[in-house]
Ligand binder design. Structure first.
Ligand code: PRP
Length: 209
């Protein structure tokens, strides 16, 4: 069974409300995605391994810590791109491997259009980044690519999820850890999350038209 962590925190709920509001402009929308990404990252990185690092403070020598594992940030374009900078701020040495999927409007199936993953030498820990987990199709495709690459630990970070997407990932990828700020009620007939926040990619990049 997948490990699912739903952040339940006053600040998360307030920033989520900003994202949900129809009146929120792209600047504020991006800022809120960034803040929530930082809070998700805090939760999702709590078990990263560290090693001793001897240092010298202005007062004396001591043993500090440094990250031990190779970390990969895997944003699913487009919307996942907005989660990269907050994560890089916390883990500056991360590698960023973009994946390009869009959802076919008729079938709601993910269509793959970009990936430059190497054939070998996988990262130790992959954080798949996508603000929205709806049917779970895009996340499932991303997770399969991580497995095919040989990644040992895979963590999905989403801001808003539908029960249908969570259930799919639980069934298909029981080893994957899922972190989300909230699980909404359901998907509507167009496979949009209800009550949701609309299309995150369009709201981030100001392409609502
Ligand atoms: C949205 C979203 C996810 C996907 C979620 O992307 O950002 O990637 O749909 O849906 P799923 O769980 O049913 O796969 P979209 O297809 O709108 O592409 P975009 O980010 O380029 O706008």
């Amino acid at each position: 069974m997948s490990e699912i962590r739903i952040l339940d925190h006053p600040l998360v709920n307030c920033h989520l409300t900003t994202l949900r509001k129809k009146s929120t402009n792209p600047v504020e929308f991006r800022r809120s995605v960034g803040r929530l990404s930082t809070l998700l990252a805090y939760a999702a990185t709590s078990d990263l391994r560290t090693a001793e690092l001897p240092i010298e403070t202005p007062i004396q020598k001591m043993i500090g810590r440094q990250l031990l594992q190779r970390i990969g940030l895997i944003p699913i374009m487009r919307a996942g791109i907005a989660m990269v900078e907050p994560m890089l701020d916390l883990i500056p040495g991360s590698e960023v491997w973009h994946l390009g999927f869009y959802r076919d409007e008729e079938t709601a199936q993910p269509v793959h259009y970009y990936s430059k993953l190497p054939d070998s030498s996988p990262v130790d820990v992959a954080f798949i980044l996508d603000p929205m987990l709806a049917t779970g199709g895009s996340a499932a495709l991303a997770c399969q690519q991580m497995i095919d690459w040989g990644v040992g630990t895979i963590k999905m970070l989403s801001i808003i999820a539908a029960p249908e997407g969570i259930e799919r990932l639980e069934n298909e990828f029981p080893e994957m850890e899922i972190y989300t700020c909230v699980v909404d009620e359901r998907l509507n007939e167009n496979k949009f999350i209800v009550p949701g926040l609309g299309d995150a990619g369009d709201r981030i990049f100001n392409t609502t038209g």
